[in-house]
Every structure is written in C-alpha cells, then in structure tokens.
Design a protein around this ligand. Sequence first.
Ligand code: HEM
Length: 230
Amino acid sequence: MTEATRPAPPAPRRDPVWRLALLMVLLLAALPFAWHSAQLGARGLFADLSERTHLFEADRPLANVTIFAHMAAGAVITVVAPVQLIGPIRRRWPGLHRAAGHAAVAGSLIAGAGGLGYIALRKTVGGPLMDLGFGLYGALLVLCAMQTLRHGRAGRVAAHRDWAIRLFVLAIGSFLYRLHYGLWYMATGGLWSAEDFTGAFDRVQIFAFYLPYLALAELWLRHRRRITAP
Ligand code: HEM
C-alpha cells in the first residue's frame, strides 16, 4: 500500500457540541450554590454559627465538623465533577484530569462520610425518611467514588468511565436538589412543601434528586455499550 492509498488514521474522537454546552451551563448554574456551600462549610469549621443555622450546635463539636467539612468538600465535587467530563480537557491535559480526579474522589469520600456521620449523630431535620434518603445518597456517593478510583488505577477504562458517570450524577445531586426546589417554588409558591420537610413534594424530593438521574444514566450507559459492542 502506497502512502497515497493508505487509509487515514481515525480522527480524534470529538464530543458533541450539545454535550459540552450542557456541561458548561450546568457548571455555571451550580457555581453560586458551590460558593454558598464552600463559604458556609469553611465558616462553620472555624467560627461559632449557632446564631445562623440549626446545623451548628456549640456543644457538639464532632457533629459540627462532620456537617461543615461535608459542605466544603461537597462544594469541590460540585464544580470538579462536570469539568472531569469535558472531553477536550481530559484528552489534552491527562495529568490535570488525574489530579482533579483524586480531588473529586477525596471530596466525595469526605462529603459522603461527613453527611453520614452527621445523620448518625444528629439526624436530619426531615425525620426518618429523610435520614434514609440522604443516607442512601451518601452511601452511593462513597461507593461510586471508590469504584471510579479502583477501576481507574487498574486501567479498566470502560468500567472507570461508567462509574465516573454515576459519580458525576451524584456529585451534582445536591445542586439538583436545590434546583428542583427553586423551580417548584417559582412555579407553585411552595405547594406541598412544609418547613419541616414533611410535605408531599418534600418527601418525593428526598429521593428524586438522584435516583431518577441514576436510572437515566444506567439507560444511557446500556445504550452506549450496545452501540459500541464489537
Ligand atoms: C454533593 C455535594 C454536597 C453539597 C455541595 C452539600 C451541601 C450542603 C449544604 C450547603 C447544606 C446546608 C443546607 C443549605 O444551606 O442548603 C447541606 C446540608 C446537609 N447535607 Fe449536604 N451536600 C452534599 C452532599 C451530601 C451528601 C452526600 C449527604 C449524605 C450523606 C449530605 C447530607 C446532608 C445533610 C444530612 C444535611 C443537613 C440536613 C438538615 O438540615 O437536617 N449532603 N448540604
């Protein structure tokens, strides 16, 4: 085969523009919440916030550390998770992808374990159902972070990517929770929502900010596996 007839090497894979645009919009929309969470987390770790939030109790230092460390770490993963999915960044700067990936895994472990620790020590404001919903959320976050790290280190690229997508869904879940509330309050003025989180809307939201998105992610992963199967 001459130089002229040799088939061209495959073009580098490109992410569809809509996917990049969606990730950018998501990132920009989540920034104010991440900032709020980072600030509150940092302040709660170093100052007495008893006057400002029920989450701080001056005589419960361990519970305070768990909840405010989880906020600071949660802020990091809310921002880093969408960036990790931006293909051009991942491909051009693999070292940055690895470093940010380690930060995302560490952040997920702290956010998950911190949230779980707080639930065990003080329980949530919404009672047992909220304890269950948020507890499951934290446990899944920890599981997905560990699986993403494990498969990434072993070089199992496909499994690493699948778990990273699940981790992404959970990492932005906390932002989606606030987004659902914001949109709902704008549309209905807070119908079926109570201050102690016992309204019908609140009860659905306890699971609706991550389980449906995880189910959609599974469908998408299954579809991708089917179309890329040899
Ligand atoms: C993914 C990143 C996360 C971020 C950015 C985040 C952020 C926050 C923030 C800012 C608050 C204070 C309330 C507010 O100002 O809205 C909060 C409360 C809380 N978070 Fe998270 N969180 C995250 C993940 C998690 C996880 C994984 C769990 C479960 C283990 C969890 C459990 C809780 C609990 C129990 C509360 C207190 C609820 C109450 O008022 O009783 N969070 N979170």
